[in-house]
Ligand binder design. Structure first.
Ligand SMILES: Cc1cc2nc3c(=O)[nH]c(=O)nc-3n(C[C@H](O)[C@H](O)[C@H](O)COP(=O)(O)O)c2cc1C
Length: 322
């Protein structure tokens, strides 16, 4: 199985990625996907985007930049800049469900504009700057839209088609539509990667039993909760509390170095904790303390007491089973 770390805007930037790669990647996360950047015609990247994508900030891991746009000229222009930086594959975001993105017919909003999408793909694949993979939902309003979409996708040499089998309207609610995903496997002429709700080792095992032909899996929230999840699946290496603390400390220290102001550091750390806290026993009161902390000292105290007083406990479908 090929495992990929999903792009998560605001969370899996280069600081998180590097720490994950250093502490938990036993050569089994083949690719880390960068959170999307919006393609445009400007000569250079914004500082934040550049920092995230600079090869020197991503050493020792395979990074795939992701672009969000419905404008082929913007895609091609930005792809050329990424190619100069050394990137050989670019991922196209056709999945983002956020209202502000969808209202501009980007992300999963683009899925409803099928003629425009077809023309866009024709132009970017003809330009052939880099390999292009796609991350898609199965439709904007209805799962049945996927049957039109796959006919379009089949016209192009997609490096890998990652399917998150929800529609835009689902956001992250409801269950992934595995019926449509099953059809996708038989209909697609391009290699398929699955993404969605693989939160536990049990969920992974159930998925591989049901879909033995799938050999690429992209995981997001499951890895944010248990950064060792793929190690458990591949080598039976369970999440280790001491390692998790070191991982946390590296991320925290690096954010303190690069971000301006304690509030920004706390904001970033709290977002990570909204996932990672679920790896701990009796976590409710600690989650509240972390969330409420307004100073670094309060935060540090909350995190220390969590690590001191509780254990990590990830097993049998326990996380996200709310
Ligand atoms: C906070 C957050 C940020 C995300 N940012 C991106 C993004 O930048 N690009 C993208 O393609 N998907 C993004 N996603 C979607 C994830 O990559 C992934 O498809 C989704 O979480 C489902 O996978 P999972 O169930 O393994 O988490 C984001 C999801 C969340 C919750």
């Amino acid at each position: 199985m090929n495992f990929y770390f999903a792009p998560m805007e605001g969370v899996t930037g280069y600081i998180y990625r590097n720490a994950h790669n250093a502490f938990f990647n036993h050569n089994n996360i083949g690719k880390y996907f960068a959170p999307f950047i919006v393609a445009n015609q400007s000569e250079s990247f914004k500082t934040r985007e550049l920092n995230d994508l600079l090869p020197e900030n991503n050493q020792g891991l395979v990074l795939i930049p992701q672009l969000l746009t419905n404008n082929a000229k913007d895609f091609i222009h930005t792809a050329k800049k990424l190619k100069v930086m050394g990137y050989e594959e670019i991922n196209l975001n056709l999945g983002c469900p956020s209202g502000t993105v969808v209202s501009k017919n980007r992300g999963s909003g683009f899925l409803a504009k099928r003629d425009e999408l077809d023309a866009f793909l024709d132009e970017i694949y003809s330009a052939s700057i880099t390999k292009i993979s796609i991350k898609t939902r199965i439709g904007k309003d209805q799962p049945e839209e996927f049957y039109d979409l796959i006919e379009i996708y089949n016209k192009y040499p997609i490096e890998e088609l990652t399917i998150h089998p929800r529609i835009q309207k689902d956001y992250y609610k409801n269950k992934p539509n595995l019926e449509v995903f099953k059809d996708a496997l038989s209909l697609s002429k391009n290699p398929i990667c699955y993404n969605g709700d693989i939160f536990t080792v049990d969920a992974y095992q159930e998925f591989t039993t049901n879909f033995p032909r799938v050999n690429s899996l992209m995981i997001g929230r499951g890895l944010l909760t248990d950064p060792s999840m793929v190690n458990e699946v591949t080598n039976n290496i369970k999440l280790d509390k001491i390692l998790l603390k070191q991982f946390h400390d590296q991320i925290y220290s690096n954010y303190k170095d690069v971000l301006f102001g304690d509030r920004n550091v706390l904001f970033k750390m709290k977002e990570i904790w909204s996932y990672m806290i679920q790896a701990f026993t009796n976590n409710t009161k600690y989650a509240k303390k972390i969330k409420k902390s307004e100073r670094l000292s309060d935060y540090e105290e909350a995190v220390s007491s969590l690590f001191r007083e509780q254990e990590v406990l990830i097993s049998q479908g326990q996380i996200f089973d709310k």
